[in-house]
Design a protein around this ligand. Structure first.
Ligand code: SF4
Ligand code: F3S
Length: 104
């Protein structure tokens, strides 16, 4: 599966949702997640993210992010249409510690 990681937080560009063939992105207040059991591993979303926040779970140390994505995918509504990124997204793209600072 692919999953969304920390740098999505407080940016939420949403370019990713338009390309997913199975509509498995889910929207929280300040980030998206992928439902790991619905993702078919096609990989087309990964290069679409301007924040480089989508990764395959084959990368090292991704277990926590897979669990994180699974947890919120079942709580949040599906998103299939691109919208404007969050205010201040340019300054926050790449900022460290976003999970503690901004996730809610
Ligand atoms: Fe959707 Fe493919 Fe990305 Fe999985 S890898 S979330 S199926 S676009
Ligand atoms: Fe987030 Fe990147 Fe999609 S910032 S909303 S994973 S395009």
């Amino acid at each position: 599966t692919y999953v969304v990681i920390e740098n999505c937080i407080a940016c939420k560009y949403t370019d990713c949702v338009e390309v997913c063939p199975v509509d498995c992105f889910y929207e929280g207040e300040n980030m998206l997640v992928i439902h790991p059991d619905e993702c078919i591993d096609c990989g087309v979303c990964e290069p679409e993210c301007p924040a480089d926040a989508i990764r395959p779970d084959t990368e090292p140390d991704m277990e926590e992010w897979v669990a994180f994505n699974r947890k919120y995918a079942v709580q949040w509504p599906v998103i299939v249409t691109k919208k404007d990124p969050l205010p201040g997204y340019e300054e926050r793209d790449g900022e460290p510690g976003k999970l503690e600072k901004y996730f809610s």
